[in-house]
Design a protein around this ligand. Structure first.
Ligand code: SF4
Ligand code: SF4
Length: 289
């Protein structure tokens, strides 16, 4: 079974007996300093980071994207893994504490990753090769150590999402879901090669490097990019990340999200060896979707 198949199977197994929640369904929960389990959930926990999570952490910590990735994350290398997955690296202490937790709580609270905001609400999509459209849904995560479920406060899912300000993450989250649940991964079981994995990490997570790739190479001589967009991307990480989604759809799947300038297209056709270094081979002449 491919890795994608294994992930689908594990996800189906995990979600099998969990009641699904709609936006107006209620649950009981409260989390606050003083609760006996305060901070217990901020250690030895698996947190997958989206590109927007890393962007927020980078700007919060005022360090480079490379430093965020090297200090606070790890990216397992699995040959069968379709694309790289970035995890928040827990500490090496006995409790494997999150690097951002303190006695007073989360030190990056306003920019904490999306999974930390959502908890105890989970969000899943059951798109599979057999069911490519699938559906998105919510479910309640209940863990023994979490006393939040014993409290009196009641929420609807909608109210919880508003309170946690998840809408700030929605737009980029949707782009990322569309990319990682792309038919090439889900239906065709595409697995990125080493060069494509590196490009994926650069365009999604290492935005400072991606900016250099765009502005300190011949990229803008080769591709049409709206000048206003160029100016925004020089300063704004969100604009840059949004462009990263377009670039990856072109570079990885051959979609027409980028347009080569005529002279570059001609040169690319005539100099395959050179093109291999600067543009992925199968994207020289983008196919229709
Ligand atoms: S980022 Fe903050 S909320 Fe999330 S696990 Fe770490 S300390 Fe806890
Ligand atoms: S374990 Fe639950 S209630 Fe306790 S701090 Fe974590 S989320 Fe809040």
């Amino acid at each position: 079974m491919s890795n994608t198949g294994k992930i689908e199977k594990a996800q189906t197994e995990f979600l099998k007996d969990r009641p699904r929640l709609g936006l107006d369904d209620e649950f009981r929960f409260d989390c606050r300093p003083g609760i006996s389990c305060f901070n217990v959930c901020c250690g030895d926990v698996t947190i997958v980071l989206s590109p927007y999570d890393v962007l927020r952490l980078k700007n919060r910590l005022q360090i480079s994207s490379f430093d965020v990735l090297s200090r606070y994350t790890f990216i397992p290398t699995g040959k069968e893994q379709p694309f790289p997955v970035v995890f928040l690296k827990m500490g090496e202490d006995e409790n494997k504490k999150c690097p951002f937790v303190s006695d007073k709580g989360c030190t990056v609270y306003a920019d904490r990753p999306w999974p930390c905001r959502m908890y105890p609400i989970g969000h899943a999509s059951n798109r599979t090769a057999e069911q490519p459209l699938g559906e998105d849904f919510y479910f309640l995560v209940e863990e023994g150590h979490c006393k939040g479920h014993d409290q009196d406060r009641t929420w609807t899912v909608r109210k919880w999402l508003e309170d946690q300000r998840t809408e700030e993450y929605d737009r980029m989250g949707e782009f990322f879901r569309d990319l990682t649940l792309h038919a090439n991964f889900i239906e065709k079981h595409q697995v990125l090669n080493a060069a494509q994995r590196d490009m994926f990490i650069m365009a999604m997570y290492d935005l400072d490097r991606f900016r250099r790739f765009l502005f300190e190479s011949t990229f803008l001589d080769r591709f049409f990019v709206d000048p206003e967009r160029v100016e925004h991307m020089k300063k704004d990480d969100e604009d840059l990340l949004e462009f990263g989604f377009l670039w990856l759809r072109y570079a990885l799947f051959g979609e027409k999200t980028m347009k080569l300038k005529p002279e570059a297209a001609k040169a690319a056709r005539e100099a395959v060896e050179l093109t291999d270094k600067v543009v992925p081979k199968d994207t020289v002449e983008p196919k229709e979707r």
